[in-house]
Design a protein around this ligand. Structure first.
Ligand SMILES: *Cc1c(COP(=O)(O)O)cnc(C)c1O
Length: 227
């Protein structure tokens, strides 16, 4: 059976095993690694199935897609992670369901979160590409953004998030994130989390210290049309 056609439970189990194997290779405990299952473009029913299989952390990247799903699933005890590019005027609505924002990349988003007064766990997204239009703050601007985030008491800065660029060796990209994180710890000693690693590169991410994986297709199967 091609991996995509295997039942959800089987794909989830396969990923859990692969995560545990990679952790063992890295000499790490799988218990220090949180797998966020990315369910973008999939229906609420799939999220419910995942919850039945013990998944608690769900990742979504588009507010208009995520909001109705979250609204349909308020009976479940899920932690919604927002992982997509954010607009300031959507921040309040996103925080109605998301308790983690993984994609903070500019001061205006920090200010928008502060205005809501809501408590949130946050990751700063680091842009590893040469394209400033990609999500994430460029490394040169990281220190200043960390200062902005630390100045807001309702935001608990957890660490950094990044997506490995397609044209680069993932391990090298993740090593850059780890090094940026090491430097950032002088400024933000509690923000040691590293959200990196997706379906195709989570093993490399674990070897570089990832604490949060964001895994979609390897668990959910192929995404329905992006719409
Ligand atoms: C879609 C997405 C993922 C998951 O990607 P897969 O390759 O399906 O595992 C992870 N992170 C972000 C930011 C995404 O948008």
């Amino acid at each position: 059976m091609p991996p995509d056609e295997a039942p959800l439970a089987e794909r989830l189990e396969r990923v859990r095993t692969a995560v545990a194997d990679a952790a063992a290779v890295a000499g790490r405990s799988p218990s220090e690694i949180t797998t966020v299952v990315v369910t973008k473009f999939h229906p609420a029913s799939l999220v419910r199935e995942l919850a039945d299989l013990g998944v608690r952390d769900i990742g979504e990247n588009r507010h208009q897609d995520a909001a109705p799903k979250a609204a349909e699933l308020t009976d479940l005890d899920l932690t919604w992670h927002f992982i997509g590019q954010l607009q300031s005027n959507k921040v309040r609505a996103v925080l109605d369901y998301a308790s983690v924002i993984q994609s903070i990349d500019r001061a205006s988003i920090v200010a928008a979160i502060a205005t809501t007064g809501k408590s949130v766990d946050a990751f700063i997204q680091l842009n590893l590409t040469a394209d400033p239009r990609r999500g994430g703050v460029v490394a040169a601007d990281l220190d200043a953004l960390v200062e902005d985030v630390l100045a807001v008491p309702s935001i608990r800065l957890r660490g950094l998030m990044a997506v490995a660029p397609l044209d680069e060796e993932p391990r090298r990209a993740f090593e850059m994130v780890r090094k940026a994180s090491d430097r950032m710890l002088a400024q933000a000693p509690l923000a040691s989390a590293l959200s990196m690693g997706m379906s195709g590169d989570f093993r490399e991410a674990i070897l570089e210290g990832a604490t949060h994986l964001r895994i979609g297709t390897a668990i959910t199967g192929k995404r329905p049309d992006a719409g």
